[in-house]
Design a protein around this ligand. Sequence first.
Ligand code: PMV
Length: 314
Amino acid sequence: MPAFTASAPGKIILFGEHAVVYRRPAIAVPVEQVAAKAIVNAELRGAPGSVKLLAPDIGMEAQLSELPASNPIAAAVLNAAGVLGISRIPACTVKVTSTIPVAGGLGSGAAVSVAILRAFSAYLGHPLSDEQVCQLAYEVEKIHHGTPSGIDNTVITYARPVYFVKDRPIELLHPRQPFTLVIGDTGIQSPTVKAVSDVRKAWQQHQDEYEALFDSTGAIVDSARTAIESGMTELLGPLMDANHGLLRKMGVSCPELDTLVQVARNAGALGAKLSGGGRGGNMIALVTAKNAERVAAALQRAGAVRIIITQVRG
Ligand code: PMV
């Protein structure tokens, strides 16, 4: 029997993180340079129900039955079997690998879920639709995040730029012109759940102030959408700077992110901001084809532990 394989890209949030949890729009794009991969192999001599889960990157080797349902890898497998109504899973090994850094705002959790859901449902003989994959990956995101907006599982399932509003039908974005981003990693692992819960506490205490920050973010996202769709990508730089300013006010930046953002601007980036949950993880800078390498080198000198140069296209 052949192996069943699926992979899913990483992602970055271009505009609107955190405010998106409060039903403002956000824009996210896939990052194909990093990916999660799931491979399912049948174990022809294994007893039904015997499902071995391997995730060598995190040193995991376990039977599905030994893991709590709150384990995200187990949850993805169980969700696929559950929605397909399969209780006796034919014996197999599910192996997951990923080049997406964990807890860095690049969507590693959602990508692992999407890859598993696709490979495992194909192994069971019923490949899930994109809609089902997106919904089930969202259920797993709740384990990671608590109250996720759903943007990660959406952009990663569809592997296309998205304009996203929680609980609204997904809207794919079609950039008129491709544009280039440099992604710089602070190397600080920062669980999104903590940043999201701190923003919630602050919002509860200063509701008017935070609602205004979220509204301003939403307006930036809408301007960015227009710029992307009309090919006026140079307008995105100042919008990124403005969005970073709002994220700082929300309390989700940190000195390392602020430094990399400033270094990128000084090296000629058209704009820069943190991306994702913040407090660490990654920042992004809008660059031209000409100055991408210069900005990347400056970020590296300033301490970025990993650089990705990626193009956003339709
Ligand atoms: O998964 P991350 O770190 O890219 O962050 C997700 C973005 C947030 O808006 C902070 C949370 C969410 O659920 O949308």
